[in-house]
Write a protein that binds this ligand. Structure first.
Ligand SMILES: N[C@@H](CCC(=O)N[C@@H](CS)C(=O)NCC(=O)O)C(=O)O
Length: 318
């Protein structure tokens, strides 16, 4: 059980976030502004703020695959110095994400918030919806620039170019159409597919999610035959976006979310690909499977009422 904001007030419970047919409904992200080197609008005309060294802050949970994308991109782009990070406790219960003390937790130095939802209310006093991570925060204006990981990794790719970010391009112009196509299929069926499987409350809704999930994993398995990356011959955001779900698959989604037709370890190309990426120093440093395992098994008490965290699998990252 988590909670949500209604007109700026935090409420406990999950009302309004499941469909009547038992399928899991993901809400859309509310804050979609951009950061650009000079403050000019974002790629689709988004309102943007100028990249400045001591202005922004990133709030994440190590458990969350969406937030994990932003941590990996932050590290790959070498922008840690312009963008400090706060890390929530792994448990997400009736106060949502908190900064309660615990191993790995990094409290909020800006607003001294005890929970993520407080940041949402500071940013917008009548905000409604879930209080999700990641959150990209503007310290000057005390507001959320963006809370959509897909946007945030694109922002990181270009925003801090003039401040000395690495020039690795995770969304190269010549591969964009292919990256977008892969992302779309992976998002629907894999990144979100595991959640749709796990949070389904009817057999039909579960099967409707789990079938395309494995179909897509087999498609990816074939695509990676003889290749190290999903698109072209270099690391792109398509890999970052897939990887964070793969890393949690065998330890969490396979059992907790009932995605158990196969493990990633049973799919040789995907397994090799995942291990190679997870072994890169910059990525390895961002992996915290202790938070991920404890988060899922202990937070979702409707799925796992005993809150027991399984000991396996033997292979653990981070
Ligand atoms: N669209 C968002 C989704 C983020 C998201 O769903 N985060 C989850 C954690 S994995 C969350 O914070 N959930 C809070 C809740 O359900 O109350 C993104 O990709 O940034």
């Amino acid at each position: 059980m988590s909670g949500y904001l209604k007109d700026g007030i935090w409420r406990t419970g999950d009302e309004g976030f499941a469909d009547e047919d038992g399928s899991f409904k993901r809400t859309t992200s509310e804050f979609r502004d951009w950061i650009t080197p000079d403050g000019s609008p974002g790629p689709d005309g988004q309102t943007a703020v100028k990249a400045e060294p001591d202005r922004f802050h990133l709030y994440v949970s190590y458990a969350c695959p969406w937030a994990h994308r932003t941590l990996i991109t932050r590290r790959l782009k070498g922008i840690e110095d312009f963008l400090p990070v706060s890390v929530t406790h792994w448990l997400m219960r009736d106060r949502g994400w908190t900064f309660d003390e615990g191993p790995g937790v990094i409290p909020d130095p800006n607003e001294n918030a005890g929970t993520i939802h407080e940041l949402y209310s500071i940013a917008k006093s009548d905000v409604s919806g879930k209080a999700t991570v990641p959150v990209l925060w503007d310290k000057h204006e005390r507001r959320i620039v963006n809370n959509e990981s897909a946007d945030i990794i694109r922002i990181f790719n270009t925003a801090f170019a003039d401040l000395g970010a690495n020039d690795i391009d995770l969304y190269p112009q010549d591969c964009r159409a292919e990256i977008d196509a892969v992302n779309e299929r992976v998002y629907d069926n894999v990144n979100n597919g595991v959640y749709k499987s796990g949070f389904a409350t009817t057999q039909e809704a579960y099967e409707e999610a789990v079938e395309p999930l494995f179909e897509t994993l087999h498609w990816l398995e074939a695509r990676l035959e003889g290749h190290d990356y999903l698109v072209g011959d270099r690391l792109t955001e398509a890999d970052v976006r897939l990887l964070t779900t793969l890393l949690r698959f065998d330890a969490v989604y396979y059992s907790h979310f009932k995605c158990n037709r196969k493990r990633i370890a049973d799919l040789p190309n995907l397994y090799r690909y995942m291990l190679a990426l997870a072994g890169r120093e910059e990525i390895a440093e961002t992996i915290h499977m202790d938070h991920a395992k404890r988060h899922y098994y202990q937070s979702h008490t409707s799925i796992n009422p005993t809150q027991i965290v399984p000991v396996g699998p033997e292979l653990q990252f981070g």
